[in-house]
Design a protein around this ligand. Sequence first.
Ligand code: MN
Length: 292
Amino acid sequence: MKIASFDSNKIGLIVGDEIVEIVPAGSRSAAWPPTEMLRFISEFEERKGEIERLVASGPRMPLASVRLETPVPWPNKVIAFPANYHAHIAEMKDGLISTFKNGGQGFFLKANSSLSGPADPIELPSVAGREIHHECEMAIIIGKGGRDISVERALDHIFGYACLVDVVIRGKEERVMRKSFDSFCPVGPWITTADEIADPANLALELRINGEVRQSANTANLIVDIPNMIAMASSVMTLYPGDIIATGTPAGVGPIEDGDVLDIQIEKVGAMRLPVVRGANGYNPVWDKPAA
Ligand code: MN
């Protein structure tokens, strides 16, 4: 199934070029905080029958007539793995190769408020003299939560997958600050449920800027693989339904500029086209010093 958030936190199922509303308005909790998708994910297994009935009877509309939103707007957390493909490590140099040979350098968090959706532009903050880079990543959406999840059981905890762009200001400031501006974490265009992905360790992903391919890779080349990411994250923190894991970027990261058009596409998962705009917000003197 392809499950989307749309038109102010409605939940829908994509069927061809239509969307079926599967969480009727009356059953939704208050509009804020927008946590209905968390409840939906946590109850998905027991509600499958009801969902299938609603696909037949629920209100249908053309997909093009609705506004898709980031599928999980209010997760408990957004976990992110750094540079996680063999070729990108070589590109970044600075000692990362030896670090990864010892099993990785762990993970970090992006602010949940940096999430944006497939209809939202990436808004560059008003900081001059700094490169702002795209990172093409696959997102894991957690289904069943837990702590100390084993590598062997990790895939059972995945609800689905989505496209994710990890946007970052290059520099030496704390990573969470450089990666957490509003709109620096586009996720979407929907969640493709795990049962549709026979092998998440063999998916082509690609990112283009103005039509030119900048990043092209396959999840087969992940260094820390998907089960080990879930095991590592859950060794530290309890995972909850709807938690998002950004699985790290392959080679080819580079700057985005005002007016660019970014396309991200993951085989069997989906695709998003996002305009890049320069906003008026975000200036702080911390960004005045040189990046290096
Ligand atoms: Mn990243």
